[in-house]
Ligand binder design. Structure first.
Ligand SMILES: [Zn+2]
Length: 137
């Protein structure tokens, strides 16, 4: 299965009528939501979906999976395997400046995410490992 495109928010909004190529040219950089430790650190990752919001995101795999958006159980769509895991590393490195460090006050997990960066206004987020509510300053 190929990487699923998550439609970009903002994304620069560049539409340049004189330089735009026809057909399959995409003016928006695709946005992939990410939550977890750096993907080259040896963790297994999956593509998950929040069943309420129908929003997809990449996160590290675990026995129990909670939606970062609602704190409720999320669905695993598939486990990321080679060579797609390479894309995840590239995504992480490409968006490294967008990846904020999060520390869960409930289970003491450390990880990074670009979720707030790409979902402006959504400051109520939950730990995908324990379902606890996260706090942002
Ligand atoms: Zn937690």
């Amino acid at each position: 299965m190929s990487m699923k495109l998550i439609l970009g928010f903002g994304g620069g909004g560049g539409y340049y009528p004189y330089t735009q190529k026809p057909a399959d040219y995409q003016p928006y950089r695709p946005v992939y939501l990410f939550r977890g430790p750096p993907p080259d650190a040896g963790f297994s990752y999956g593509l998950f979906e929040d069943p309420d919001l129908n929003r997809q995101y990449y996160a590290d795999m675990g026995l129990e999976i909670f939606s970062p958006f609602t704190g409720k159980p999320a669905n695993l769509l598939y486990e990321v395997e080679p060579p797609e895991d390479r894309k995840l590393v590239e995504l992480y490195e490409d968006q490294e400046t967008d990846m904020e460090l999060v520390k869960c006050p409930h289970c003491s997990s450390d990880y990074r995410q670009n979720i707030r960066h790409h979902m402006k206004g959504r400051d109520q987020l939950f730990c995908h490992r324990c379902g606890g509510k996260l706090q942002f300053k």
